[in-house]
Design a protein. Structure first.
Length: 425
């Protein structure tokens, strides 16, 4: 859908990532100028002739934007009723409602700024739920809202048209519209609700779940995965619970809950010390080392370029000691593409720290071939485990995509490993 000028775009991001996002916008959309800026929330003005196409902007690989759309501007007021009336009376909203298109509603709060809340952020706060209830009950009769107030929230349908309210302050809402093109855009605030179950040994469990759900990487039960930088083991745990075989490489200790799992083995070494034949037959590589992105990529390059290594895809965490490393994201993507990975995407995960997640697949078509089984090489540890005990996948342990409690995200023992706190501008 095309919206006539003047055109503004709104974006949400992690608090602290605003300058990185501004840089990304300057690169991807050079005609957009920064307009309004608060921690975790930005707007941009389109200064070029062609109108903004909300479908097209949603299709881009945005690394630092959690959610984005066309901005209809600000509503300010002290009374909820008055703000709700202002929303439905806003001319662009009236035009969308009159067009008869089915609409969904996303109400989210911008990223909280305070340090205690870092990583605990839930974008759909009780205030957002109250606002959404009020908006729905005051909707004009001709508004075709696609759903009732979801008690158990589900993702908006693919390609649905979504009206957005970003609660910048309780008395200051920014309103807009987007088309839910990618998986994260189907959730308020672009936050795929992943759970950190009580048995998870580190927060990296939730990061791995978010990465897999965001990227739709076709990992399947029975696949072999190597994780470099796996201690204490939360991400490995998430992969084990999806039925994978995991070789964890890390000089640090692994939590016994993971170490004792029959489909896990630990190589207590640095990535560079591991013999290359350990990677033969391995389909997926996941990497989460607390070292500089260049060093991470250097270590991986030596593995993926080896002639006997044939990975299908990778999930890499690239830690940013400094935000200005964000300028290098296109170089990081180009480098990984240079290793033969055609489909490379990046995103600053909601559950991650001062870092980005890079997901790479050899070919896009592999997304559809995820469930294909390949024969085991004889004499490998995986073949031995399979012979002794066929892997039992516990379906109940696979994190469901439609559960909501992002508030389950609690500080975990690997906090000390995580990147330094984000600076606030
Ligand atoms: C953020 S923690 C990883 C958290 C882990 N992915 C989890 O799921 O719990 C970073 C880890 O990288 C490991 N590390 C750093 N350099 C490494 C290297 N060159 N090879 C292997 N592991 C490395 C550290 O020992 C540390 O345990």
């Amino acid at each position: 859908m095309q919206i006539e000028p003047p055109q503004f775009v709104f974006m949400t991001c992690k608090a602290g990532a605003e300058s990185a996002l501004k840089h990304e916008v300057a690169t991807l959309e050079p005609d957009w100028r920064p307009s309004f800026s608060r921690p975790g929330f930005l707007t941009f003005k389109n200064s070029s002739e062609p109108s903004i196409d909300s479908q097209r902007i949603g299709e881009k690989n945005w690394t630092f934007a959690h959610c984005l759309g066309i901005s209809f501007g600000r509503l300010a007021g002290d009374q909820l009723r008055e703000l709700v009336r202002g929303f439905w009376d806003q001319p662009a909203i009236v035009a969308l409602v009159s067009s008869g298109v089915p609409l969904d509603l996303h109400v989210c709060q911008r990223e909280p700024v305070s340090e205690e809340d870092r990583g605990l952020a839930t974008y759909v706060t009780p205030l957002c739920i109250e606002i959404e209830k009020e908006l729905r009950s005051a909707a004009p009769e001709n508004a075709k809202l696609t759903r009732e107030m979801p008690a158990h929230r589900k993702a908006s349908p693919r390609h649905s048209h979504v009206l957005d309210v970003v609660v910048v302050e309780p008395s200051e809402w920014w309103i807009g519209y987007h088309v839910a093109v990618r998986p994260a855009e189907r959730w308020p605030g672009g936050a795929i609700p992943v759970r950190l179950p009580p048995h998870a040994v580190s927060r990296a469990y939730a990061k791995m779940e978010e990465a897999l759900q965001w990227s739709h990487l076709p990992v399947a039960a029975g696949d072999e995965c190597v994780e470099i930088g796996c201690a204490p083991g939360g991400a490995s745990q998430a992969l084990l619970e999806r039925g994978l075989f995991v070789t964890g490489i890390d000089p640090a200790d692994i939590d016994p809950a993971v170490l004792e799992h029959p489909r896990f083995r630990h190589l207590k070494k640095r990535g560079s010390e591991v013999r290359r034949n350990e990677f033969e037959g391995v389909r997926w590589l996941t990497v989460d080392m607390n070292i500089a992105p260049e060093d991470t990529l250097e270590e991986i390059e030596a593995i993926v370029r080896h002639p006997r290594v044939a990975l299908r895809g990778m999930v890499l965490t690239l830690k940013f000691a400094e935000w200005n490393l964000a300028d290098r994201v296109p170089d990081f993507i180009a480098r990984v593409r240079g290793w033969g990975f055609r489909d490379v995407r990046t995103r600053q995960l909601v559950t991650g720290g001062q870092e980005i997640c890079l997901v790479a697949l050899k070919r896009k078509a592999l997304r559809r071939l995820g469930k294909k089984k390949r024969p085991r090489r004889k004499g490998t540890w995986v073949a031995a485990v399979e012979r002794s005990e066929p892997p039992a996948v516990r379906p109940e342990s696979v994190a469901p995509i439609d559960v909501a409690p992002a508030a389950d995200l609690l500080p975990r023992p690997d906090e000390a490993h995580s990147a330094p706190p984000a600076p606030h501008f």
